[in-house]
Design a protein around this ligand. Structure first.
Ligand code: 5RP
Length: 229
């Protein structure tokens, strides 16, 4: 396991300690969340941990189902007690996020919106002072005329690149495409950029998660973790 993976596992361990029996959980997507799922299953093997999860992707649904974690969806529960998810960037101070390099940003945001508490798990390499410093901003776009939507995105002064999967455009679980947008760190305040992006017909959602993180648990390679509140 490399340093980043050890950090992800450490963050996951601290987040799983926040889970109480009876909770309805939002289950995010990605390699850090894979550790969370494994550790939930480990706790369920050792103790009574009566939880039900709402997965944010088919990948998470499959992994959780293989581990025997009970699952439901937001048509069957009205609210979630706690959602746990990874991030591609976590901004110091605000705890604003870039998410979606794993492609699940739309369902992740729907699940986050339904949760009373939203906790982020990440390794130290994800912490930035300014969003967009390392990661591009994923923007989910409907397939119809997506190149025209990309031109409207580019007019905001950022650089959208269509995400590919081998020779074809990558498709999300919702059947949409993703444009990974570069240069957002120079495009002004994230909240203003978010409003401008969402005002473009064809844009479904962006990977900006602003003002929603209760705490970010940042895991270190030495197995410890720090909470950013
Ligand atoms: C998926 C996401 C992930 O949470 C994000 O990409 C972080 O992934 P990882 O834990 O593998 O670094 O937003 O859409």
């Amino acid at each position: 396991m490399d340093d980043a993976a050890r950090g992800k596992q450490a963050a996951a361990r601290a987040a799983v300690a926040l889970i109480d029996s009876g909770m309805r959980l939002g289950l995010g997507t990605g390699s850090t969340m894979a550790f969370v799922l494994d550790l939930i299953a480990e706790r369920r093997a050792r103790e009574t941990l009566d939880v039900v999860g709402v997965p944010t992707s088919e990948r998470t649904r499959d992994h959780a189902a293989r581990l025997g974690i009970p699952l439901t969806d937001l048509d069957h529960v009205d609210a979630l007690d706690l959602a746990i998810d990874g991030a591609d960037e976590v901004a110091t101070g605000t705890l604003d996020l870039i998410k979606g390099l794993g492609g699940a940003l739309l369902r992740e945001k729907i699940v986050q919106q339904a949760a009373r508490r939203f906790v982020v798990v990440a390794d130290e390499g994800k912490v930035v002072t300014r969003l967009g410093s390392h990661a591009p901003l994923p923007v989910e776009v409907v397939p119809f005329a997506h190149a025209a939507t990309a031109r409207a995105i580019a007019a905001l002064g950022i650089v959208p690149r269509l995400r590919m999967d081998a020779a074809a455009p990558y498709r999300t679980d919702n059947g949409n495409v993703i444009y990974d947008c570069h240069g957002i760190d120079a495009a002004g305040a994230p909240a203003a950029l978010q409003s401008r992006l969402l005002a473009i017909a064809g844009v479904v959602e962006t990977g900006l998660f602003l003002g929603v993180t209760e705490r970010a648990i940042i895991g270190r390679a030495d197995g410890g973790s720090t909470e950013m509140l």
